[in-house]
Design a protein around this ligand. Structure first.
Ligand code: FES
Length: 227
């Protein structure tokens, strides 16, 4: 199977395509395929030339850390959960997520997700939940991996400077749900950096690899704001 990878040596370098031949097991995942191609110190491309290992990130290899998020055949996925058998195309094409700066090859810098939370004090602090707390929604919302797949498919998200995307809204809900004292403060930044620009496209709900219903978090946050 031919594997095409959009490579970039560093942030300031131009991207270019390089192809490889994958002759490993068919029942592998895309993460397994990358491991297989990267196995030797010098890997060989489809022209028989030695080349540097493909840069990509992983940690858990079981859909729990979000670090392997990338674009496979134009589909934003977690590489460790994307099985080759689920792609009908004869070739596999790998690209980094497009809404974050590329560090190298398939590795991107997702720190803007965390910075939006840090800069706006979106943390729980003193635990003081509302009386009618929805434990099930809290449990689901707390699974967010910050993988960036929802941001990739969001039609409103551009550079993350003003509109922060679904992970931000989701964490705003979690903080307001767990610390009633921060509701006013959270409501203000949520309105400013999420609500007024969200187009309610629902692409985030459909793509989330851990099944978070961001729209449910938004509805809950709106009801907390109303008191
Ligand atoms: S390596 Fe952790 S989600 Fe894929």
């Amino acid at each position: 199977m031919k594997v095409n990878v959009l490579r970039r040596e560093a942030r300031d370098k131009h991207p270019y395509w390089e192809s490889f031949i994958y002759d490993g097991p068919d029942d592998n995942t895309v993460a397994g395929l990358l491991d297989y191609i990267n196995y030797n110190d010098d890997i060989i491309n489809d022209k028989g030339e030695k080349t540097a290992r493909i840069g990509w990130e992983c940690s858990c290899m079981q859909g729990m850390c979000g670090s392997c998020a990338m674009i496979v055949n134009d589909r934003p996925v977690l590489a460790c959960e994307a099985f080759l058998r689920d792609f009908k195309e004869p070739e596999i094409t790998l690209k980094p997520l497009s809404k974050f700066p590329v560090i190298r090859d398939l590795m991107v810098d997702r720190s803007s997700i965390h910075e939006s939370l840090i800069d706006n004090n979106v943390y729980i602090g003193k635990y003081s939940p509302q009386e009618d707390k929805d434990f099930e929604q809290d449990y689901t919302a707390a699974k967010c991996l910050k993988c960036g797949l929802c941001i990739e498919v969001c039609p409103q998200y551009t550079d993350g400077r003003t509109f922060y995307g679904a992970p931000f809204a989701n964490d705003c809900y979690l903080v307001a749900s767990r610390n009633r004292g921060k509701t006013g403060e959270i409501a203000e930044i949520y309105d400013e950096h999420f609500k007024k620009e969200c187009a309610y496209d629902l692409a985030c709900d459909r793509i989330c690899p851990v099944g978070i219903k961001f729209t449910a978090s938004m509805k809950k946050l709106n009801s907390i704001k109303r008191g």
